[in-house]
Design a protein around this ligand. Sequence first.
Ligand SMILES: Nc1nc2c(ncn2[C@@H]2O[C@H](COP(=O)(O)O[C@H]3[C@@H](O)[C@H](n4cnc5c(=O)[nH]c(N)nc54)O[C@@H]3COP(=O)(O)O)[C@@H](O)[C@H]2O)c(=O)[nH]1
Length: 868
Amino acid sequence: MIFFAAAGAVLLPPVIFLLILQARRMRRLAAQVSEGALFRNMVNQVRDVAVTMHDMADGGRVIFANDAACLHFGVSRETLLTWRPPNWNPTVGAADIAALYRKLKHGDSDTLETMHRIATGDLVPVEVMLLCQVHEGAPVIIAYTRDIRARKAEEARRLAYERAEGYAHDLNERKRLEALLQRREHSYRTLVENLPDPLFRYDTECRRTYVSPAVERATGKPASELVGRTPADAPLVAGAQNERLLADIRHVLASGKPVVSEMAYQAPDGRLRQFQNHFGPEFDANGAVTGVLSIMRDITELKRLETLMRKREEEFRALVENSPDIISRYDLDCRRVYTNPRGVASLGGDLARILGTTPADLPGGEPGARYLEAIGDVIAQGKERSIELEWRTGGPETCLHVRMCPEFDVHGRVSHVLAIGRDISEIDEYRRVIHRQAFSDALTGLPNRTLLSDRIRHAIADAAYHGHQFGLMMLDLDHFKEINDTMGHGAGDALLRMAAQRLQASVRPYDTVARLGGDEFSVLLPNMRKGDDLATVAGKILHELAEPFEVEGQELFVSCSIGIAMYPDDSTGFDALYKYADSAMYHAKQMGRNNFQFYQPEFTRRSQDRLELEAALRRAQKRGELMLYYQPQIELQSGGMVSAEALLRWRRDGYGIVAPDRFIPAAEVCGLIIGIGEWVLRTACGDVVRWNQGRAVPVRVAVNLSTRQFVRNDLAGSVRRILEETGCDPAWLELEITESLLLEDSREVAATLEALHGMGLSISIDDFGTGYSALSYLNRFPVSQLKIDRSFVQGVPAERDKCELVKAMLSIAAALRLETVAEGVETAEQAEYLMAHGCRLAQGYLFGKPMPLAQFGALLLEQDAPVQ
Ligand SMILES: Nc1nc2c(ncn2[C@@H]2O[C@H](COP(=O)(O)O[C@H]3[C@@H](O)[C@H](n4cnc5c(=O)[nH]c(N)nc54)O[C@@H]3COP(=O)(O)O)[C@@H](O)[C@H]2O)c(=O)[nH]1
């Protein structure tokens, strides 16, 4: 409005009417003139925007222009105020201007880019913002024009740049894709050309359009002979196979579906190779079949492996099916899914009934439950396990060793359990035998020392827990060694077996009778209420063993000595109980055998004494403390000394002269008697050789032999050596043995006696009459003399029975032509009686006590001296 007024003030012609109007307007404007000038100045100050006002009623003529507009168009304001749009834009007509005004309603604006031709004739790009106004009914447009040459140039430059870039980019992309395609093509070609599997491509006429190099390698036919030709024209296989090949291709072409078949091709080396052919359809973009792609895979090796595997499978199946082991497979419910024939047989012979069962069903019972549990463990743990089962299904009981292995699926989870059961009944039997051997005595079948020790330890633990007491007996058969040595080991064994049975029968079933070795037994009696009970059992054992044993047709009488220790009264310790029972038994022996003794603390002392005695005896041998006394044997008729008995003495420090009864039993027990016996023999032989030097009628020497010297000791050999060493005439040596030695009827003893007799020695039976009733041995052994025991001699002539016995002995000796010597003759009456009844020789205090060597030597000299 301001512009309009200002423009009006400049442009209206000076006519009267118009003057009047003008005057009116001028007056109105006069008030506003100072305000219009102000705004015109302001608009003129806008330098970079050309502001023009156009009278739309006058073809858009410029009715106002600011300074910037004049500069923009390059004309003066006067000129510019005459211009209409076609002046700067020849393409714009009056109709365009009218249309523009119609388009723009009052107050609306529009912005457009267009070109202005300026005074220099140049076309200048501009951005024009048009504002439609109505001023006092007259339509005007105010245009704000901005020169955008710089911006357009920049845009053009950027566009040009971007176009150039884009082109390069497009070019590169095409090249890249081409290269990629080439690479891919090359890569696929390389792949296909190097595929070991022969590859064919057929068109819809079954012609080969491509043949890979592998075809030539496989068939020997070059691609040039095959490409462009059908299998019918250029066959690779003969006859029916080729027909089938063609049929397969046609089928794929017709159906659009793949086909797989196998056929044999002849390789260049002439060998037939098996191939698997994959025929696959090729389609165009519309899904129509355009050909067939065929890939052949050489499966010759696969076939060979298949055959091999089938063969192996058959072999393994045969192995499993014919295995003597029971082989079963169990599922995760522990049910049998497979059982081999051996397993079927062992479970009742009906496979249909067996499959699906668990071990709890078959064999069932305790072994079945254990087996089931073990399989469950293998499933849960995934680890192998082994168990042993006693298995009985109809037949005899079988001992099985079952090994269970987990089988896993592809995820590593247990899927089955394979169980292999091996019949180890025989091994089990061996084990039992070995166990028996380890823990029982082979001869009697009784528990041995090891098992007894174990049971004693259990008894101790049990008694300690329950506050019970128990007894332990040690038991030794009296004189068993003599029986064994004389009657032989067979008889000894038989006796031991019978004794074992009697012992077993004498005790309760839960008592333990054990054989410790030799003739030593032990009885463990748990839970005995009091010592009296033990005494009752011991008495019963003595009674049972006192009954005669019939061994090899002979009646044998055996007694035993029993030692008893009690838990906890004597000791609570295993070793002490053992030792105490042993001491008590030794004491029972000392007490004359055939009795039982409860342990007493003093036995320990005695046993210690015994050990000390043994040690002292060893020392005595080395120190020369042993010596021989000699007791004369005289001829009753003449009173002359004919012989001397060598009797052992021990001059022991602090004890004086110790008699043999005090140490010989200990020497026999510990084996020292062998060395001592040899020393006695050597010493006596040496002495008799000296005595007889120069004697017209030689004396003899009698040496006592212990039974132990006859056992495994080559007694005859050592006697021979001693005779040679000492130069003793065998006729000067008598050997005194006990009756019991002969009663044992041992081959070894018999042989030794024969050997000694053969060497010219005489054998004398010592203590005759005190031993056993059987006299048959007198005939069987080379015995030359009987020594009537002192106990009989000392009863004569006062005791009638003794007299009768002595007479009987003398008559037996006479009948058997045996020499007789009466022992222990102390009185003249005894001597007279004996002489009167035919006894030729005598020995006893009446004629001389045992005396040291020197004294005996003197006595001998005295006897030899001529009577004054
Ligand atoms: N294996 C060996 N045994 C031997 C040896 N030396 C002796 N002995 C045996 O020891 C037993 C005891 O002998 P000892 O103490 O010497 O007693 C002998 C005599 O002293 C005794 N005797 C002799 N006469 C009388 C007498 O009138 N009255 C009486 N009360 N005692 C007398 O008798 C023993 C000899 O007996 P014996 O041997 O049976 O003839 C004794 O059994 C010996 O066998 C040895 O070296 N080895």
